[in-house]
Design a protein around this ligand. Structure first.
Ligand SMILES: Nc1ncnc2c1ncn2[C@@H]1O[C@H](COP(=O)(O)OP(=O)(O)OP(=O)(O)O)[C@@H](O)[C@H]1O
Ligand SMILES: [Mg+2]
Length: 343
């Protein structure tokens, strides 16, 4: 049976596609679906395809002719500056070509993130490694010339840099473990109050050194959360350390927990310099720091908050950072209550 598509059927067909689709004949757009009009402009039908899809390789393929079967072309430059597309083009017969635009922006962004991550991780390790090599070379080549005190100072630097590399590697391992477990939601009923006590106890020395009081406000009768004990302790450790590290010395840090809509709401509040809005959404990126040299000098790897974010996601919880420059920062973590703990 010979089946020819008339205009009505063609229109129904491309309107049924979820991705942006146009039909091109000659060099004009002869038909488009709603997604394409949304993306490329309402009035694209009848317009020269060179104006609608300004991508040289794609245009060339559409206009040159000789298309015998479906082809795919990667394209960018339309529909938004950061968008990447896979254009699937297919001849429909009598010179008409169907163009479907598959959104590849997310895949491209994920790929870019992976590339950046490897570059950043290498850089984070290369810097202390260079220091380590420099100092050990000096120690080896000038053994007889350096006095005991200088040698001791150099060795202390070597040790500190090696420790920094160890921290980076440990944090990276921790991050990849958490990511590997991403799809197994923790179910153990964990007493958050007890974990807060443990975290506060281990941050006590740092708090004393900075003259900061650590205040706890736990709502009485708080139900247990569905959690991985070790990972929640990691969250608490990082957030309390951040609050102390970036808080103003001498000002208190407050940790509180209360029940809200079947979730336990944990807050860590500091009175520090705060974080400017443009940085806040980027803080959970790996190695992102507002002031890299400052964080480094305080022993930070810049991985803490990305670990926190991954842990909270694994727990089906929520992380939000609220901050006002000059006043301080509040980090909110919402964690689901353990099953069967609410009456
Ligand atoms: N409470 C806070 N107040 C102000 N700035 C903060 C606060 N918490 C985090 N930051 C900023 O966010 C950055 C990232 O924090 P994150 O915990 O990921 O890394 P870090 O503390 O530098 O290192 P790490 O946690 O790996 O030891 C910090 O370098 C700091 O600039
Ligand atoms: Mg940190």
């Amino acid at each position: 049976m010979i089946f020819t598509l008339n205009r009505d059927k063609s229109r129904k067909l491309i309107e049924g596609l979820t991705e942006a689709a146009i039909i091109v004949r000659g060099a004009s757009v002869v038909m488009s679906n709603a997604a394409a009009r949304n993306l490329l402009g309402i009035g694209i039908e009848g317009v020269d395809v060179r104006q609608v899809l300004p991508h040289p390789a794609l245009i060339e393929r559409l206009v040159r002719g000789g298309l015998t079967g479906p082809e795919e072309i990667e394209a960018a430059g339309f529909g938004g500056s950061r968008r990447h597309w896979l254009a699937r083009i297919a001849p429909l017969g009598d010179g008409a070509i169907l163009v479907r635009l598959i959104d590849r922006s997310e895949a491209r962004a994920a790929e870019q993130m992976r590339v950046d991550f490897v570059a950043n991780a290498s850089h984070e390790l290369r810097t202390p490694l260079a220091t380590l090599i420099g100092y050990t070379e000096t120690l080896r080549e000038h053994t007889g010339e350096l006095d005991g005190e200088t040698q001791g100072r150099f060795l202390a630097i070597v040790h500190e840099e090696a420790r920094r590399m160890q921290r980076v590697v440990e944090d990276l391992i921790s991050l990849s473990r958490i990511e590997a477990e991403k799809f197994t939601t923790p179910t153990e009923a964990v007493d958050l109050e007890q974990l807060i006590e443990v975290a506060v106890e281990s941050a006590k020395r740092m708090a004393d050194e900075r003259g900061s009081a650590l205040l706890c406000k736990i709502e009485p009768g708080l139900p247990p959360v569905a959690a991985d004990r070790v990972q929640i302790l990691q969250v608490l450790d990082n957030l309390i350390t951040n609050a102390l590290r970036y808080g103003e010395p001498g000002t208190p840090v407050e940790v509180s927990a209360s029940l809200e809509d079947e979730m336990v709401h944990l807050r860590i509040v500091d009175q520090g310099e705060g974080i400017a809005p443009e940085h806040i959404q980027r803080l959970t990126e790996r190695f992102y720091r507002v002031d890299t040299s400052r964080s480094r000098s305080l022993g930070g790897t810049g991985l803490g908050l990305s670990i926190v974010k991954h842990i909270v996601e694994r727990h089906r919880g929520r992380l939000t950072i609220e901050s006002e420059v000059g006043k301080g920062t509040t980090v909110h973590v919402l964690l689901p209550v353990a099953a069967g703990s609410l009456s």
